[in-house]
Write a protein that binds this ligand. Structure first.
Ligand code: ASP
Length: 377
């Protein structure tokens, strides 16, 4: 019910916000390059780890049966027929649907996402008054959908209880094995990103000490961890980077608010890992074109995922739709989503702060994370 309007309005509002900031060209391009670059690295890390650990495959068999999926798997395979891409050309062709409404109705989400991108971009090209009307309309639609989603999420604890209870009743405690492996895979991939990939960028591109950066950002990451919301952590992130990190406000004021909504490395990684896990559990053969769809969809949708708790579940539903799996697959990961949300949100916030420091350093700011700034703390 929510996926199509939520994703479409989120993409349009998100892309509109980015393309409007072209006026700030100097930082704009670098910031975007950083977002896309680190997002892609994060997704590929998730993909690699999930392919190596195969959390959705237990003892050589898809974990679907353990997770209470057995009755549906036949049905799923018939749905996947015709949805899978046979080669890369297929993927590219599917990006452009013949009919937008048919794509929305049949859950062909990739085309919908591309449409959202194009629409959002051209909204930003409209004359001023039309532009404002469109921006406000789509922002309004998005906020309405978020409110409905929040209402639904209030029922989530009850839903998780029902789902977990029925799975345990069917298959016993063995259901936790694939879920535990899934958590290990996600946490491992997030750790690689935050402890290796981003520090390397800080050291090689920004030429600052990653350790100092971690020290400055610790309170903001803790806030992200406890609230599961990058948006809610934004004030702390701004404060830490400006006062303790010595990043000028003209840069934090541009890079951070945009990043809290657009640059979500942890979320992108998680989306990819979750979609792959669910596909593995259903026993879907994951050939290269299918994996490419997952990566592309994770990269595109992570732009539209809001900085609020559990926001990526909608994007995961969308990715499942685009490779032909039933959206109910999201139910499999609900039981462990909250704890993983806490960690991926901390990674999101750390990624935003790295973007800020890199942009500041490339802009010639020498005082960033320097001794002078640290002493003030
Ligand atoms: N909770 C995440 C954030 O606020 C979004 C998500 O991955 O669900 O950044």
């Amino acid at each position: 019910m929510l996926v199509v309007p939520l994703v479409l309005s989120a993409m349009i509002a998100g892309i509109g916000a980015i393309t409007e900031t072209r006026a700030l060209g100097r930082y704009g391009l670098r910031t975007l390059a950083f977002y896309v670059g680190t997002g892609t690295v994060a997704i590929l890390t998730g993909l690699l780890v999930v392919n190596l650990l195969q959390p959705g495959v237990i003892d050589g068999k898809p974990a679907g049966a353990l997770l209470g999926l057995d009755a549906e798997s036949q049905d799923v395979m018939s749905r996947v027929e015709g949805k899978g891409a046979h080669n890369m050309l297929d993927v590219v062709l599917r990006l452009v649907p013949d009919n937008l409404f048919a794509a929305a109705a049949t859950g062909d989400m990739l085309g919908l996402v591309l449409f959202g991108f194009l629409f959002g971009y051209f909204v930003s090209q409209l004359p001023k008054d039309l532009h404002r009307t469109q921006r406000e309309f789509w922002q309004g639609l998005y906020e309405i959908m978020i409110r409905i989603a929040n209402l639904v999420m209030r029922l989530a604890p009850l839903g998780v209880f029902g789902l977990v209870a029925s799975i345990i009743a069917k298959t016993g405690w063995s259901a936790f094995r694939p879920l535990a492996w899934f958590c290990v895979a996600v946490l491992g991939a997030l750790a690689i990103h935050v402890l290796i990939a981003l520090p390397l960028v800080l050291r090689l591109v920004a030429r600052v000490s990653p350790l100092k950066h971690f020290r400055v950002m610790a309170p903001a990451m803790l806030t992200a961890f406890s609230t599961s919301s990058s948006a809610a952590s934004l004030p702390v992130t701004l404060d830490r980077l400006e006062k303790q990190g010595g990043v000028p406000q003209r840069i934090t004021g541009f890079v951070l608010p945009l990043g809290a909504n657009v640059n979500t490395d942890g979320t992108a990684l998680y989306e990819c890992a979750a979609a792959m896990f669910i596909a593995q559990a259903y026993g879907l053969p994951l050939d290269l074109p299918t994996q490419f769809i997952v990566v592309l969809a994770a990269l595109l949708t992570s732009v539209g995922v809001a900085g609020i708790p559990s926001a990526s579940l909608v994007a995961i539903a969308l990715i499942l739709g685009s490779i032909g799996l039933p959206l109910e697959g999201v139910g499999l990961i609900l039981a462990v989503d909250r704890i993983l949300d806490m960690v991926r949100t901390a990674v999101n916030v750390f990624g935003d702060s790295c973007a800020t420091v890199v942009v500041a350093r490339l802009d010639g700011e020498d005082g960033v994370l320097g001794e002078a700034a640290m002493r003030k703390s």
